[in-house]
Design a protein around this ligand. Structure first.
Ligand code: LFR
Length: 459
């Protein structure tokens, strides 16, 4: 018996529709459609081009053909507002837009309630920036990006739990909206739809079930970490690096808050205890500036550059907004602005490995866990230099892959809801190990240069 599921996975730079086919105990993934995600500056605001994304979704579902069900995931925190007739009120605003500048600093500490790291763009701060605008006043419901797309496919509203956990408005202890916090902040309680859980049926699209998955892309990626024990750390590596641990309970200590670690909701009630590291974003932005050169050539040239010559603190929010990235990097690294793309690329990758080291160590210390391996999943798993540097920097073996972890996690949760896969995260991960290619990188064992580099960036 063959079963086929369509995973819609939207990332910050591209979207894809992936078909996952189960046949004879095997699972095959096939990217049936890939499309660009190009944000648009209009009227002084950076927007997502949501209709173009939705068109990509529809085209992809058309190409996927008949499937047992459809699941949708995307990046977190962003939302659309719909009015009482269901019409979208304006294009969703991009989390890298400047509208939230300075807002987080004016809001009291929400960590004891939400357990969420303070990122300037958390939904709660975006809403405080939007509150009082005509759009906000006219809104009937707030829908997170995957929930908005699911609404257009099915006509049903709701808020999937893993993604709702990134809003800053969920109570980390109950897994439900914190109504007291929403009221306290003066936000409109009637905007927030009922929470749904991964595996819940959302509705139908032309007769095909649309099923809730870990609709926060990072939650889906963590499902597909091919770990065979509990003692692992992970990096979900793409535009961002999400670096941390899977825990049974949140860590809400002062030290954890100060280190800006987050307790996001995972599939099956797990806690994604992690920190956002700037990821491959600075390199993606430089590549855009350089006219998209061949990435393999660039990485090969970067691998020949001297190691750890220049490093920057990639956790510095100065690297958050788009545009003008190479000059910001050169300034921070003390390099002349005319250094080669290979030199800048090496600086970013050394710095990223250094930031991985810091986050893995801190996560372990704060949660009282000593990980014995680091799983690096997502697009970054293709980047051999990054994987090798991360192994050397963390002193842990890096198990790289799967590259399409997010789509895979999305497919697996649908397959379980359909009864094609049974069991918990362990069973889903066993299937990933059996079917996906994983590459192991051993650490070189020499920590001294990394320790010295960490001291140079003051961390
Ligand atoms: C990764 C991700 C991160 C989130 C960031 C912004 O794609 O979802 O987990 O912090 O994007 O939404």
């Amino acid at each position: 018996m063959t079963h086929r599921f369509a995973a819609v996975d939207l990332g910050a730079s591209s979207g894809r529709v992936v078909a996952g086919t189960f046949h004879d105990g095997k699972l095959e993934l096939d990217v049936v459609h890939r499309f660009a995600n190009e944000p648009v500056h209009a009227g002084g605001t950076l927007h997502w081009d949501i209709l173009s994304l939705y068109k990509g979704v529809l085209d992809g579902l058309g190409k996927a053909g008949p499937v047992d069900s459809i699941g949708i995931d995307s990046w977190a925190v962003d939302y659309g507002l719909i009015d009482a007739s269901g019409a979208l009120l304006g294009n969703p605003v991009h989390y890298r837009d400047a509208r939230t500048d300075g807002i987080a600093g004016r809001v009291r500490d929400l960590y004891p309630i939400s357990g969420l790291q303070r990122l300037p763009f958390n939904t709660v701060y975006q809403l405080l920036a939007a509150a009082g605008t005509p759009q906000y006043r006219a809104a009937a419901k707030l829908l997170m990006i995957p929930d908005l797309l699911a609404y257009w496919l099915t006509g049903e509203t709701g808020a999937e739990y893993t993604n709702a956990s990134t809003t800053g408005l969920l109570d980390v202890r109950t897994g439900n909206w914190s109504w007291s916090l929403i009221e306290d902040l003066g936000l409109r309680a009637d905007l927030f739809p009922a929470i749904r859980r991964p595996g819940d049926l959302i509705g139908h699209f032309h007769g095909t079930p649309v099923v809730a998955v870990g609709s926060h892309d990072t939650a889906s990626a963590v499902v597909a970490v091919p770990a065979d024990h509990n003692n692992f750390a992970y990096v979900s590596s793409g535009t961002w690096s999400l670096v941390g641990l899977e825990l049974a309970h949140p860590v809400l200590s002062d030290a954890s808050r100060e280190a800006n670690f987050t307790n996001e909701g995972g599939v099956d009630g797990t806690v994604r205890y992690l920190r956002n590291v700037m990821g491959l974003w600075p390199l993606q932005e430089c590549m855009r500036e350089w006219g998209s050169p061949d990435i393999s050539d660039l990485l090969a040239a970067a691998a020949r550059e001297p190691a750890l010559r220049r490093v920057v603190d990639l956790d510095d929010p100065v690297f958050l907004p788009p545009g003008d990235m190479s000059s910001r990097l050169c300034r921070a690294a003390g390099m002349p602005p005319d250094v080669s793309p290979a030199t800048i690329t090496r600086c970013v990758l050394d710095s990223l490995a250094l930031a991985h080291r810091r986050a893995v160590r801190q996560a372990g210390e704060l949660a009282g866990v000593t990980p014995s391996a680091l799983h690096l999943v997502g697009g970054g798993a293709r980047n051999e230099l990054l994987c090798r540097l991360t192994a050397d920097a963390t002193g842990l073996p890096v198990l790289a892959g799967p590259v399409e972890a997010t789509a895979l996690g999305n497919v697996l949760v649908q397959a379980r809801a359909a009864g094609v896969v049974s069991g918990g995260l362990d069973a889903m991960r066993a299937l990933v190990r059996q079917t996906q290619q994983i590459t192991r990188y051993e650490p070189c064992g020499d920590d001294a240069p990394w320790r010295a580099a960490a001291a140079r960036v003051g961390r």
